[in-house]
Design a protein around this ligand. Sequence first.
Ligand SMILES: *[C@@H]1O[C@H](CO)[C@@H](O)[C@H](O)[C@H]1NC(C)=O
Ligand SMILES: *[C@@H]1O[C@H](CO)[C@@H](O)[C@H](O)[C@H]1NC(C)=O
Length: 201
Amino acid sequence: MWLFLYFCSKLGSALQRAFYGSSGRVTLNEQRNFTGRRLDLTTECQKLTEKNFPERCNSVQVESGAWVGYEYDNFRGRQYLWDMSDRGEYNSCDKWCGPVDHVSSVRAFRQDNNPPRIQLFERPGFSGRKTELQDDIPNLMTRFSMNRMASVRVLGGAWVVYQEPNYRGTHYILEKRDYNNHSDWGAQGSTMGSIRRVRFN
Ligand SMILES: *[C@@H]1O[C@H](CO)[C@@H](O)[C@H](O)[C@H]1NC(C)=O
Ligand SMILES: *[C@@H]1O[C@H](CO)[C@@H](O)[C@H](O)[C@H]1NC(C)=O
């Protein structure tokens, strides 16, 4: 019975993805604990105020896929990851390490089905010591004596890198492409504490 229900819900989200395109679905709420004004998105939104949603967002439920929230419109400013880890439930903005509840634009992740694989380089332009990963690393310092990365090559999957260990603090989204230096992933510097794979389901 449970297996059957599980199968139905999987099938449901697969059908939903087929219907809405590959991006999935996310719900934003103005207040904590999924209350207040709400906005459902199945595709990117450059400016939430144009959908009559206030720029304050305090809880998020990911139904499927993985999403990035941005502090400012047109996908600028701080980046916030909303994916399917912890069942996609974010009941307050500190769950996504947001120092403030300000979100102005949202886009869907580009999903990549290759096995997760990423190369971190010590220097810009893919030079210096290279560290290749296929799995989450909660503490880059204790594991690889490494606290910065200057360029990155994502060879499979999608990743998120955090400034602090244990997946905390300011973070940046890394999709399948080359990042020549830290400004390519939107950062002011190259300090890194932890890195993990993005969960799409
Ligand atoms: C959400 O609601 C629960 C139960 O009512 C409450 O215990 C919890 O503190 C609330 N969380 C937030 C972040 O407001
Ligand atoms: C970072 O790399 C881009 C090319 O990807 C280049 O245009 C830019 O000047 C570089 N920035 C720094 C700070 O090296």
